[in-house]
Design a protein around this ligand. Structure first.
Ligand code: IDP
Length: 141
């Protein structure tokens, strides 16, 4: 399988619960390497731009308000099949539907406060990594 990169965000609920390290351990234990990272309190404009694909969805305003409710931890992860691997580690969008042992099953409270974001395709991963990191800030292989 190809070495890929994906964009991951530890959302404000999980940062508030002090579980950044526990979530990073899931990535590292699965063979994903943190190759870029920054903590940031997103502005409304930054969060709206990041979630622009969801602009027409009824939950858009609530999603943006949640994402700017506190700092987030943003990272690029690198490894074999990183995009799908991270999505499997995260679990389903709604933590009630998420498989046992996934990040969302263990750390998320609701469909809106669901602990983590992860890119869903190679195309979006490239766009999302570039949204937050200059290429000089990504320390991959
Ligand atoms: P994903 O994060 O699992 O990829 P998406 O469908 O891309 O899920 O939705 C982006 C984010 O929007 C979700 O993580 C969740 O926080 C929020 N969201 C998605 N669907 C709903 C909903 O029906 N109600 C409230 N928030 C939602």
């Amino acid at each position: 399988m190809a070495i890929e990169r994906t964009l991951s965000i530890v959302k404000p609920d999980a940062v508030g619960k002090n579980v950044i390290g526990k979530i990073y351990d899931r990535f590292e234990s699965a063979g994903l390497k943190v190759v870029a990272a920054k903590m940031k309190h997103l502005s409304r404009a930054e969060a709206e731009g990041f979630y622009a694909v969801h602009k027409a969805r009824p939950f858009f305003n609530d999603l943006v308000s949640f994402m700017i409710s506190g700092p987030v931890m943003i990272q690029a992860l690198e490894g074999e099949g990183a995009i799908l691997k991270n999505r499997k580690l995260m679990g389903a969008t709604d933590p009630k539907q998420a498989d046992k042992g996934t990040i969302r099953a263990d750390f998320a409270d609701s469909i809106d406060a669901n602990a983590v974001h992860g890119s869903d395709s190679a195309e979006n991963a490239a766009i999302e990594i570039a949204y937050f990191f200059a290429s000089s800030e990504v320390y991959g292989r």
